[in-house]
Design a binder for this molecule. Structure first.
Ligand code: ZN
Length: 293
């Protein structure tokens, strides 16, 4: 039996992680290149894949916003993004044309959700949401084993939070909404407000509970709206010591014991660490090679 040779891309705003191998748990080679211009980054990625031998499928998990609707003429494109040069880039189409393989295309957080669901912290659960808290805040959701698609993809970073009574003055950093969740609790928002990262601020600084409180509100909203069993919180901001524990504690307080089956709802770190996205991109490649999308 021949094993499909697969390629995977985790396309981020600062770097592209590339991988090739026989499956999500059989990555034979990987490579990282910086995200510069589409012309430069995509041609470097293409050259690397061409060195890996013929592929049977390619999976892409990309920063967004992106078009996931296969029926749209912009399927596989990055949409309007603040990242210079990347708006309307035909990311998936580039590899369809140059590699002549089936290409699967998802958001970066959907990729990470797939990875954690298949091989990480969400194994065995029907519904999971993966949220990254870093340069931005984004969430990918799996419900009854399937990724949530619809009018675009979930945009969890842009929900509004109830402002803390002691936190009324900061306008927030989101260029669209000001004080949406991303505008209050992303890495750039924390830096704009306190001039330091959470990890750099002392543990008794008010920033820790404030940021944890906004993230806990998001977790409560996800639990209450989507009947999710597991929320995986990843991204650079979540590496701040003690933050996850604060979020868990505050989310439990906000839940006030009301939600059904509170005992099976968990907020956990990604057990695949930084490999969640590329693992998910391999799963996307596998599906593409098998004829799914
Ligand atoms: Zn926003």
């Amino acid at each position: 039996m021949t094993v499909a040779r697969l390629g995977a891309i985790e396309a981020g705003g600062t770097k592209f992680v590339l991988a090739a191998g026989d499956g999500p748990t059989a990555i034979a080679a990987s490579h990282t290149i910086p995200t510069t211009t589409p012309e430069e980054t995509l041609s470097q990625a293409l050259a690397w894949f061409q060195d890996q031998g013929p592929l049977q499928g390619l999976g892409i998990a990309s920063f967004g916003p992106v078009e996931l609707d296969r029926g749209s003429s912009e399927w596989g494109h990055i949409l309007k993004t603040p990242k210079p040069g990347w708006s309307h880039c035909d990311l998936a189409g580039y590899f369809v044309r140059h590699l002549s393989v089936p290409v699967g295309f998802e958001t970066d957080v959907n990729g990470a959700a797939l990875g954690e669901h298949g091989f990480g912290a969400g194994q065995g659960v029907a519904s999971l949401t993966y949220v990254t808290v870093g340069t931005g805040i984004g969430g990918g959701a799996i419900s009854n084993g399937r990724l949530v698609h619809g009018a675009g993809h979930p945009e969890l970073g842009h929900i509004y939070s109830r402002r803390d009574a002691d936190d009324r003055d900061f306008a927030g950093t989101c260029p669209f909404h000001g004080d949406c969740l991303e505008g209050l609790a992303s890495g750039p928002a924390i830096l704009a407000r306190w001039g330091a990262t959470l990890s750099e601020l002392p543990q008794d600084h008010a920033a820790h509970n404030l940021v944890a409180g906004y993230l806990a509100q998001m977790c409560h909203t996800v639990f209450a709206s989507m009947a999710v069993e597991t929320i995986v919180l990843g991204g650079g901001v979540m590496k701040a010591p003690g933050l996850l524990e604060r979020v868990v504690r505050q989310a439990r307080e906000l839940g006030a014991g009301y939600l059904p089956k509170s005992e099976v709802r968990r907020i956990v770190p990604p057990s695949l660490g930084d490999r969640a996205g590329i693992t998910g991109a391999m799963l996307i490649a596998q599906r593409a090679a098998a004829g799914g999308s």
